[in-house]
Design a protein around this ligand. Structure first.
Ligand code: C2E
Ligand code: MG
Ligand code: MG
Ligand code: MG
Length: 287
C-alpha cells in the first residue's frame, strides 16, 4: 500500500513532530481566516492610580475561534509572529485601539483615558512602522499623547539604532512608549537613558513574589528607583493582592494594573467603570 510505503520511507521522522507541524499549519490558516472574518476583539484591562482614579487601559487581543472558543494570545501570538501574520494583525490592533481612543475623546467622561498597545518585534521592525502608526492616528483622529506603545527590552535591543530612530520619530508626534515586562531582559541604565521612554512596566513575575522572595522585593525597589532617577512613570502589572499593592505603594509606584483592580474586559465593562467623578478625575490626571 502506498500509505505503508510512505510510512516506511519516513520512518526516521518523529510522528509527534508531524502532529506539531500539522497543528501549526492549521493554526496559521485559521488565523488568516480569523482576520478576514472579524474573529478578533480587543479587551481592555484598567490602569489606576493608588487613589483609585482610572487613567487608562491596556488593549489585549482576544480571538473568538468558531470551534475552540476564546483563545489566549499565548497560544497564537508566536505563530502569528513566525508566519508574518502579526504585521496585518498588529495593524488591526492599532487601528481598533485608535478608533476606541477617538470614541472616548468624544465623551468628556472618558476623554483623558490613555490606551497602551502591545507591539511585536516583527511588526516594529517593518521599515514603515512609524509611518503606519502616524497614518492610523491621522485616519482615526486619536490624540497621539493618549497612545502608549508597549515594547520589550529584547525587541529594542535587537536593533538599538533602528529602535531609537523609530521611537524618536513617533515621540516627536506625541506618541509615548512603555517598556513592557521590565526587568526580565538585559537593560542597563546606559542604554535606557538613550531611549525616549515615558514609562517602565514592572514585569508580573516580580510582582507575584513580593513579600515572599527577598530578591524580588529588591528588584522591584530597584526598578522603581531607576524610574525615579530617569524621571519615568512606573506601573506594576499583575497586581493580585492588597499586600503586593501596599508594598508597591510604599515604594512609590505610580500606577497599578492587575486582577486586584480589574481583569481584561470588553469595552462596555471598562466604560462601566467610568463614574462621572472618576472620569473627570482621569481627564485631569492625564493632562
Ligand atoms: P503583556 O503585554 O505582558 O500583558 C499582560 C498579561 O498579563 C495579559 O495576558 C493579562 O491578561 C495578564 N494579566 C493582567 N493582570 C494579571 C494578574 O493580576 N495576574 C495574572 N496572572 N495575569 C494578569 P494576555 O492577555 O493573555 O496576554 C499575554 C501576552 O500576549 C501579553 O503580555 C502580550 O505580550 C501579548 N499580547 C496580547 N495582546 C497583544 C497584541 O495586541 N499584540 C501583541 N503583539 N501582543 C499581544
Ligand atoms: Mg503589555
Ligand atoms: Mg507585560
Ligand atoms: Mg508580561
Amino acid at each position: 500500500q502506498v500509505k505503508a510505503q510512505r510510512g516506511n520511507a519516513l520512518c526516521f521522522f518523529d510522528p509527534q513532530m508531524q502532529i506539531e507541524i500539522n497543528h501549526r499549519a492549521r493554526l496559521e490558516s485559521d488565523l488568516q481566516a480569523a482576520l478576514a472574518e472579524g474573529q478578533f476583539e480587543l479587551h481592555y484591562q484598567p490602569q489606576f492610580t493608588l487613589g483609585g482614579a482610572l487613567v487608562g487601559a491596556e488593549a489585549l487581543l482576544r480571538w473568538h475561534h468558531p470551534q475552540r472558543g476564546l483563545v489566549a494570545p499565548s497560544e497564537f501570538i508566536t505563530v502569528a509572529e513566525d508566519s508574518g501574520l502579526i504585521v496585518p494583525l498588529g495593524l488591526w490592533v492599532l487601528r481598533t485601539a485608535c478608533q476606541q481612543l477617538a470614541t472616548w475623546q468624544g465623551d468628556p467622561r472618558s476623554a483623558g483615558l490613555q490606551l497602551s498597545v502591545n507591539v511585536s518585534a516583527r511588526q516594529f521592525r517593518q521599515p514603515d512602522f512609524a509611518e503606519r502608526v502616524i497614518g492610523v492616528l491621522q485616519q482615526t483622529g486619536a490624540r497621539s499623547h493618549l497612545l502608549k506603545l508597549e515594547l520589550t527590552e529584547s525587541l529594542v535591543l535587537d536593533d538599538v539604532q533602528d529602535s531609537i530612530a523609530k521611537m524618536h520619530l513617533l515621540r516627536t508626534k506625541g506618541v509615548r512608549f512603555s517598556m513592557d515586562d521590565f526587568g526580565t531582559g538585559h537593560s542597563s541604565l546606559a542604554y535606557l537613558t538613550r531611549l525616549p521612554l515615558h514609562q517602565l512596566k514592572i514585569d508580573q513575575s516580580f510582582v507575584r513574589n513580593l513579600g515572599l522572595r527577598h530578591t524580588d522585593d529588591v528588584i522591584v525597589q530597584t526598578i522603581i528607583g531607576m524610574a525615579r532617577t530617569l524621571d519615568l512613570e512606573v506601573i506594576a502589572e499583575g497586581v493580585e493582592t492588597a499586600e503586593q499593592r501596599d508594598f508597591l505603594a510604599s515604594h512609590g509606584c505610580d500606577l497599578y494594573q492587575g486582577y486586584l483592580f480589574g481583569r481584561p474586559m470588553p469595552v462596555a465593562g471598562l466604560e462601566a467603570l467610568l463614574s462621572p467623578l472618576s472620569q473627570s478625575q482621569a481627564g485631569q490626571e492625564a493632562r
